[in-house]
Design a protein. Structure first.
Length: 175
């Protein structure tokens, strides 16, 4: 694929990702879900174009969003996990034994979520709402891990659905 097409596809995917993250920063409820949804764009990029295009989109989306978004928590969720996770997911899934693969996924996810919260509190001055005290933090971590479990399963299903139903149609437009 020519470099100009690669850059054009990356630009469109970047614009779409930035718009999604912008919506997440405008509407408080979407602050946690839009980084997750923006990462689903990577399915098309990784499967139909190239890993290079997906990486370029991730970097460009992160840079542009850092400049434009006011909600740094939404941005950090994308930059520190949901943006690059699709890039590494297949490599992690290839690790044997399966238990080690799953463990690595959860360690990566939890480390990035902790780093996100630490940066939000200590760098950007966004207070952590701890209405329930220490139990609120535990509940927050448990809920995040449940969301990640559902996200990982749905990502795999969406990838299969894309490959079976949509890939040929999308690739016809990409030529």
């Amino acid at each position: 694929m020519k470099n100009s097409r690669l850059i054009a596809y990356s630009g469109v995917a970047t614009a779409l990702s930035v718009v999604m993250l912008f919506l997440g920063s405008l509407i408080w409820v979407l602050g946690y879900t839009m980084p997750l949804i923006a990462s689903l764009i990577m399915i098309i990029l990784l499967d139909s174009i190239s890993q290079k295009c997906a990486l370029l989109t991730y970097v460009a989306t992160s840079a542009v969003s850092f400049i434009l978004l006011s909600d740094k928590e939404c941005l950090l969720l994308y930059v520190l996990f949901f943006g690059y996770y699709p890039l590494i997911r297949d490599k992690i899934n290839d690790i044997k034994p399966k238990f080690l693969s799953i463990l690595l996924k959860y360690v990566t996810f939890n480390a990035s979520m902790i780093l996100t919260q630490v940066l939000c509190v200590y760098v950007f001055g966004i207070p952590f709402d701890d209405m329930l005290g220490k139990w609120g933090i535990v509940l927050f971590i448990v809920c995040l891990n449940l969301v990640f479990t559902v996200f990982d399963k749905l990502y795999g299903l969406l990838l299969k659905l894309y490959r079976i139903k949509l890939k040929k149609k999308v690739e016809k437009y990409l030529k």
